[in-house]
Structure formats: C-alpha cells, structure tokens
Design a binder for this molecule. Structure first.
Ligand code: IMP
Ligand code: MG
Length: 181
C-alpha cells in the first residue's frame, strides 16, 4: 500500500506473539476466571487473537475512551465514551490495549478501574512506544516494543483508516503531517 513506509510486524509474527502472551496469562491465572477489558477500537484484532489462546474460563468486556480525535498526537484529555456493562469489584481484570504511547490514556483508565476495587488489575498491550512516554506505566504482558513512528494496521488507525491491514506498518510521515485523511 502506497501510504505505508514499511511493514514492521507481519500477521504471523503477531499471531505467534499473541499465543506467547496467552500462554503466560493461562499459567499466571490458573484456577481463576479473568475479565479481559478491551479498549476499543484498536484492540479488536488483538483481543480476538489473544483471547483464543488463553485456556481459561474468561469473560470479555469493552470500553471506549477518546483522547486523540483525528490527530496523531494525544491531546492529553481523556474521556470515557462507552463504559463497561458490568461491575468489576472482586474480579481479576486484564486491560487489553493496542499500543501505549504517552501512557496518558492507560494511566487515566487504570485509575478509573482501580477505584472500582477489582481483585487485581493488569495490563496486556500489543505494542509499546517507550520513547514517547509522559507518565510511568507498568505493562505486565507486552507484545512488541515499537519505534517512534505512527503505526497502523491490525486494529491501529489514523483518522479511522488502515485498521484492517493484516499487518502492522509504519504510516508515511507525509500522510499524517499534511493532515490528509
Ligand atoms: P497514549 O495515551 O498516548 O498512550 O495513547 C494511547 C492510544 O493512542 C492508543 O490506545 C491508540 O489508540 C492511540 N495511538 C498511540 N500511538 C498510536 C499509533 O502509532 N498508531 C495508532 N494509534 C496510536
Ligand atoms: Mg487504543
């Protein structure tokens, strides 16, 4: 695709990584029924691949938060657009995120979820951009460390597009710096 600078992770690499993370979660939560909380919309492919590699009686729920609008940089202001349909008090919650960039979205979300008194609260993120972090975040289960570039595909979008690419690629700078959608 002409807007993609390079492919960083193929679907095979991602599937293998999801299986690795799923095995680790299966081992760590033996005898428990964790609740996977996916952060929409970027988490959808990862949530679906990851959850199918976890051999536990888990449950799934989703939240939608907004911080970016159509921009490539976080505005810093986070809002819950769609909240969980269930109570998480006493549950073993694992937040499933596509990518942690500044960390502001996840920091806000974790604070919100922690106040609802789950038994435990952990984070599983497919991608991490540590060079861009503005706030300290512990990622308990991490797929890949990514370079400081804007990534799309496998759920990740820019202004709503490119989520359906079957790989994770780097978006060409001219696409997001020109404001072209
Ligand atoms: P943060 O609050 O800066 O950590 O941003 C987290 C959210 O911004 C992620 O859940 C993504 O939805 C989005 N995001 C951050 N970096 C990228 C990227 O490179 N491509 C697509 N979305 C991104
Ligand atoms: Mg996200």
């Amino acid at each position: 695709m002409q807007e993609i600078e390079q492919i960083l992770f193929s679907w095979r690499e991602i599937a293998a990584k999801a299986a690795e993370l799923g095995a680790a979660i299966t081992a760590d939560y033996e005898g428990k029924s964790p609740l996977l909380v996916g952060v929409l919309t970027g988490c959808v492919f990862f949530m679906s691949d990851l959850s199918r590699t976890i051999a536990l009686p888990l449950e799934m729920a989703f939240m939608q938060v907004s911080s970016y609008g159509d921009a490539a940089e976080t505005s810093g202001a986070v809002r819950i657009l769609t909240d969980l349909p269930c109570d998480i008090a006493g549950r073993d919650v694992i937040v499933v995120e596509d990518i942690v960039d500044s960390g502001l979205t996840l920091a806000y979300l974790l604070e919100q979820l922690q106040s609802r008194k789950p038994a435990s609260l952990k984070v599983c993120a497919l991608l991490d951009k540590p060079s861009r972090r503005k706030i300290d975040i512990d990622i308990d289960y991490l797929g890949f460390t990514a370079p400081d570039a804007f990534l799309v595909g496998y759920g990740l979008d820019y202004a709503g597009r490119w989520r359906n690419l079957p790989y994770i690629g780097e978006l060409k700078k001219e696409v997001y710096s020109s404001g072209c959608k």
